[in-house]
Design a protein around this ligand. Sequence first.
Ligand SMILES: Nc1ncnc2c1ncn2[C@@H]1O[C@H](COP(=O)(O)OP(=O)(O)OP(=O)(O)O)[C@@H](O)[C@H]1O
Ligand SMILES: [Mg+2]
Length: 318
Amino acid sequence: MNQTVMTANALERHYEVGGGLLRSPQILKAVAGVDFTLFAGKTLAVVGESGCGKSTLARMVTMIEEPTSGKLELDGEPVLPENWASLRQSVQIVFQDPYGSLNPRQRIGTILEEPLVINRPDMSREERTAKAREMLGLVGLRPEHFDRYPHMFSGGQRQRIAIARALMLGPKVLVLDEPVSALDLSIQSSVLNLLVDLQEQMQLAYLFISHDLSVVRHVADEVIVMYLGRAVEKGSREAVFAGAKHPYTKALLSATPQADPRAHKERIKLEGELPSPLAIPAGCPFAPRCWKVQDRCRSERPGLSNDAHSAACFYPEN
Ligand SMILES: Nc1ncnc2c1ncn2[C@@H]1O[C@H](COP(=O)(O)OP(=O)(O)OP(=O)(O)O)[C@@H](O)[C@H]1O
Ligand SMILES: [Mg+2]
């Protein structure tokens, strides 16, 4: 039985943009109603093009930003600003850029011990150092790295350090926002394998954000495909990769060469631009770019069903 760690219901985040002296601001719905469940030891991948709301979702889950509406629960407790302080240790994040996320003036040991200095007044200096050294080993770095500075490491090693820091407080949920996108292809799989190993050892729930389906295929248990702030398809990795239902998912898959090397497929070229998030079309948001579009798609908005594998589409594939 999978243990539920976090649930999100109809999560939304709006931003006011473009307000001026004589103009009232417009509302940009960066995330417009997303549901998901995270399980201990499992990975939910969120995929979609730039601007579809992935990082906004990550900021709500990590309690950096408050949702505009919707419900988020961690271990059955509501995630609300008044609870953030006590819940934050359980949800940590690793960002895409391993260069920007580490303080260049701090030694690795100091970087790793910092979360403990702030959050664990019960621990002695010796205990903190021991914990940091242990974590360094767990992410595949060597004891002598403890006293070095970030600039002395490669991108892949720095991302290992960022992962180690995120794990220092023993979180239950790790949000990984494009964690390997800035790394050389040759390094990506070693960092992904590390994440898989750590997940198994610590039974971590991962929210894994990526625009790259070949990476998602490597790590995901469940997949959510987002388009303009909405989930347009959800399902197990096997179901989504073997039988994508939403035309948008099909198009994304067809543009991913490594996703399925055996499959014979034609590349689907998406027509038209991604609509502005300020002018999301009525009906299906994908309709203006969809090659299967019918009249109904332009006026009615399709939703996801409760089925394990579902697409928000009136005329799904498969
Ligand atoms: N603070 C903000 N104020 C106004 N608009 C914002 C803000 N943050 C994000 N947005 C808008 O919300 C939408 C979603 O942005 P978000 O960064 O979540 O996308 P993303 O999927 O992470 O994209 P990328 O793949 O480029 O990282 C975009 O249209 C973006 O311009
Ligand atoms: Mg982003």
